[in-house]
Design a protein around this ligand. Sequence first.
Ligand code: ZN
Length: 247
Amino acid sequence: MRKLIALSCVVSLLWLLPTAVNAQAQADGKKVRMLIVTGGHGFEEAKFFKMFDEFKGVEYKKAFFPQAGELLKPGLEKECDVIVMYDMVKSITPEQQKAFVELLNTGIGLLCMHHDLGASQEWAEFTKIRGGKYCMKAETIDGKEYKSTFDHGQDIKVTVADNEHPITKGVADFTIHDETYGSCYVSPSVKVLLRTDHPKSCPDLAWVHEYAKSKVFYLMLGHDSKAWENPAFKEILERGIKWSVGR
Ligand SMILES: [Zn+2]
């Protein structure tokens, strides 16, 4: 019996070990490892990656579609804490979709930004993963019709909708020069962090939710360097990265 108790203690300790190791790694200030995925939409590459270079406590690898589709599968979570999706890929294969969902079951962080809202138009599950969709064609979701629009070069007044959430706590309302997306679908189950009353924009600009075991943050802002140089934008993006990996 004593042997059995001793054995069960060892087993319990083994279970506890990964948690303790993770906590220690975080306490040691280990860098957040990101995979930044792009493709299917142009952007100012050098300035975009420069923004991430300036964030403290993060490091990243780049991946591009279509090759990136092969990386988004279980196992990635061992070398990467969060996937940052800034792509607008038309589609990925059914096998890649299945592997991506399995990857999100590992609890890897997911941050989707700006035009990623229009990626994988025909994959309904990705709307659930992101918590929203830019609808390129008129379509009905949850009984309401959407046909999304975009307008470049807008001055958008942004209001913080949640003053308690770690991503937006203490952030003051701000104005940003950016592209607006109008008439987008946003799932009623997400927690909205940023809003606007800009007439050409849908009211919800950023939200969080959970999909499978992953923490998901979607940020609608971020068309080009005019937005990326906005201090409030950078602060929110950096906090979003850290929140999605549980820091
Ligand atoms: Zn854009």
